[in-house]
Write a protein that binds this ligand. Structure first.
Ligand code: SF4
Length: 369
């Protein structure tokens, strides 16, 4: 299977991804649906309850650890290319969920990938990473219980990449990632090192590890799991598990909110910028108020609805009401946008206050040798 499938979806960890049919994608890529797991998960997260986490690989193993209070790890991270937006916020909340449920926690600053993929120099990405880590702390990541590192400075990750590279052929890399620059292949090997880092003896050895990611990152998981099988006997690695969340729609209505597409607001944007961006956002509304009253809107295609579903409406009951009010034509886009803007501004203001308190701490962590 190549990185890009021409049928219902395109999955590209180094580019733009889109998915029309998540069920079809699960069957094409051998991903297990998450739904049947839900009733067994202790205190499932908002993303799990709402079907935003839709798939997994070997999550049973993590579930067993969570329920049996056995050791397991969570690893995910951020490519430090810009300020936190609602897409990156998802992964952040997922890591925090697993940390709160007992996981040994690893947070990777993917500065090698930022360099290879986005041409961002290390000194520049370090500054961005400091901001990103402050965001993480403000959201609830516990600094005392998290191993945070930069790829470029973590020798154990780089050593793993060297070791893991031995059996990898160019044909394999092309099959998983398509034809790419060597730097991106290098970055993929480093990511494999990231994913296996929690299982090294320095971190108490092999253990189940969950990697919560957007579906566009699945090629990294498939690649790493294949390598893990090759090195299992030598290192005793447990095959890493993963959960996959749906992609949040961009404000322009495109299938993915992404820094490279500019279709987002960040947690650091000024109030007037948030107001402007949400006010101008694409919606699933009809052309006229009369049509909308008669036929209702289409929340399934609406980024404003996605913002509520993924982030700003905590109560499941409230989000159901919003959905039905939109479908019934009782809720109009203008008034809904105003409500959403209020919620977002409240959140951004409170988050900004919290993150300022963590800036020095974040700086110390990111600059640590
Ligand atoms: S009413 Fe809200 S959810 Fe429905 S289409 Fe308009 S903005 Fe989207």
């Amino acid at each position: 299977m190549t990185a890009v499938s021409a049928r219902e979806h395109s999955i590209d960890p180094f580019g733009t991804s889109s998915v029309n049919d998540y069920e079809r994608l699960c069957s094409d890529f051998g991903i297990e649906p998450f739904g049947p797991m839900l009733s067994k998960v202790p205190e499932p997260s908002l993303y799990m309850r709402r079907g935003i986490v839709f798939g997994h690989r070997d999550f049973d193993r993590i579930l067993e650890s969570m329920r049996g209070r056995k050791s397991f790890a969570v690893l995910s991270g951020i490519k430090p290319t810009g300020e936190f937006h609602l897409g990156t916020l998802m992964t952040a909340k997922e890591i925090i969920y697993f940390q709160e449920h007992g996981a040994q926690t690893f947070y990777c600053i993917a500065d090698v990938e930022a360099y290879e993929d986005n041409k961002i120099a290390f000194d520049r990405s370090m500054k961005t990473a400091t901001d990103n880590v402050a965001d993480m702390f403000a959201l609830g990541l516990d600094p005392k219980k998290t191993y945070i590192y930069r790829q470029s400075k973590e020798n154990r990750v780089k050593d793993l990449a060297i070791i893991l590279a031995r059996p990898v052929t160019l044909a394999t890399l092309k099959a998983v990632y398509g034809e790419r620059r060597i730097g991106l292949y290098l970055s993929a090997l480093i990511q494999a090192g990231d994913i296996l880092l929690p299982q090294l003896e320095d971190f108490d050895g092999p253990k189940p590890t969950v990697v919560p990611v957007g579906i566009d990152q699945d090629p990294h998981l498939r690649f790493t799991r294949d390598l893990c099988k090759v090195f299992k006997r030598k290192y005793g690695f447990v095959l890493p598990s993963s959960t996959y969340h749906k992609l949040i729609r961009g404000l322009d209505g495109s299938p993915k909110m992404a820094k490279r597409l500019g279709n987002y607001f960040t947690l650091h944007d000024k109030a007037e910028t948030v107001v402007e961006k949400v006010s101008k956002a694409f919606t699933g509304g009809r052309n006229t108020v009369e049509e909308q009253r008669e036929h209702g809107g289409v929340p399934e295609k609406c980024p404003v609805y996605d913002i509520c579903l993924f982030h700003f409406v905590e109560s499941d009951d409230a989000i159901r009401k919003t959905y039905h009010a939109c479908k019934a034509g009782e809720l109009l886009c203008g008034e809904h946008k105003e409500q959403v803007i209020d919620c977002v501004l409240k959140f951004v203001k409170e988050h900004g206050r919290r993150r300022r308190k963590f800036l020095e701490k974040a700086k110390a962590v990111v600059l640590a040798p």
